[in-house]
Design a protein around this ligand. Sequence first.
Ligand SMILES: [Zn+2]
Ligand SMILES: [Zn+2]
Length: 293
Amino acid sequence: MRATIHVWGARGTFPAPGPHTVRYGGHTSCVEVRAPDGTRLILDAGTGLRALGAALGLPAVAVRGTPASSEPPAPALIGLVLTHRHTDHVQGLSHFSPLLSGSHAIHLWCADDSRTAVEPFVRSLLSPPLLPPIRSAGSSLTVHPWPLGGVVHWGDLRVHRMPAQHPGDAAILRIDDAHGPLLGYAPDNELATSVKRDAAAAAWRAQLVSFLRDVPLLLHDAMYTTAELTMYEGWGHSSAAEAAALAHDCGAKRLLLFHHHPDRRDDEVERMAREAGAEAAREGAVYEIGPAT
Ligand SMILES: [Zn+2]
Ligand SMILES: [Zn+2]
């Protein structure tokens, strides 16, 4: 097996807890990629990130303290890549318990194209007046600029980006391992832009298909039904049918519809997926990526 993909949040725009979202979940975008060597890479910091932190069994260390006689263990590494800075992709960061545990070193990159500095933005999310002062037990958070070479190297994984059609200069990500493409991740992306009779849009669509060529797993924005699309042109999101067409064009082996509309009930998500001939990403589900063929 090449990797496991754990979906911690598949909802778009705003958390949507309640009886009608129990099957696909109410937490916003957060996906964990685990490589066989233990490399942990997190894509987006929506509210699902809090549950991921809790699953790591933290912040027990911060509460108990480390016995004085023992050598503190080497911090566990966590890589975190944001596609952009809309609230549904960053809101979980302030309640990510490894930040408090004293036992993790977190490295963060933001793949958006904004010229606004990332580090002050991230620090502001973790500070008053949004929150009380955070008393960290010493976990480190290092915010990196996107590398000049264009690729983030994290353990055995490599993170590539290309611009999405979405307000906020969002990015689409492709994660590779030594065997090639592993995962395409496009939580917020308006594919309808690409059907305009416009040379730039056509070039972008061709670039996207090439960028995602033969990914074993594609997670793509499917906020809207085909009927809703006409009302939301320019809002930066796609329909399930459009996501399915992209998956077909790029040769993705498996498509997971993602970034479900916060008002979409479970049965509606299910129907959209069925009509698109796809699956809907489900919070709490783990998807395995098998050996390269
Ligand atoms: Zn979003
Ligand atoms: Zn967004």
